[in-house]
Design a protein. Sequence first.
Length: 357
Amino acid sequence: MTGVPRLSWLFLAVALPVLGCATDVGGGGSPGTGGSQAGTTGSAGTIGSAGTTGSAGTTGAAGSAATAGTTGTAGTTGSAGVTGAAGSSGTTGSAGSSGTTGSAGRGGTTGSAGSSGTTGSAGRGGTVGTAGTTGTAGTTGSGGSGGDPVNLNGRKALLVVDNPSSLDDGEVILKLTLENRGMIVTVGPSTGPATIANGQNLVLVSSSAGSGDFVPIFKDVAVPMIVFGNSAYSNLGWITGSSGKGSVSSTTMVTLVDTNAALDSDVMRGVGFKMILDSRSTSLYWGTPTASAVKVTSIMGQATQLVEFAYEKNAALMTGTAAARRVGFGVKVDSIQDLTIDGFKLLMAAVEWAGGP
């Protein structure tokens, strides 16, 4: 039932019986005739019973709860893979023998290095290979007859130049080089006197000094001497004649001649080398000395054209004998700063040989 509120229906149920009883209410029976009293008032009608309240509708049964779905079983974890067996190491090749290493002495031949052993190839599976036996080291090469540099500390040197008050770059470098070796250097003029050589251990004659000036004065001083260039060789009596000298381009290769460890330094024998760097364009000066000379370095392929040679004390010259050790060094002083390593080694070996203790 819709549209009418439940309270209105209740009200109607109560009101209808009352209304029904209202027709039965009268004055009782008919009025007494001629009665002197009014008839008795009729009893009030009975109030109708209230209508029964309708039962409330039955509440619908609640729906059954749905059964939860079964949880799926987790998948089985896969087993770890088996680790592969390690391959065996290859056999280590035997080590090559060490080369014959020469000692640091001048003139000693440096031994050749031995070849390296072959490394074994890696094994494929199986057991680890046994390491190869280490090769026996080669024997050490015999050292040269030289040794440590000659101690020049405190030795005195006279540098003879054309103008002591105005040294050229090469003369400055030569002086500083000698002083760096511990020598005490005095600079003197080519005109002497010869007494300025007294007490000196070495006289070095620059190529700037004119042969007409210094030869008559210093030729026979009893002090070892190194002369740069070849302009004075003939006047000094060091070469076979005036035609026994000349010059070549500084790019010309030279080579060692005689075996003399003290003068050869540790320059490699049997190969050609340059005395002056290619960056400097100048000349090398050679001379052909007497048979008594020590032949140090010659033009390659020209054994009689000596760029460096030397005489021991009392060795025979073209005229007379050497009053002390003498060295002809066929490079002009202004090229000293451009000497190669081998060229510089030969120069310092000459200084040590002539001016050392």
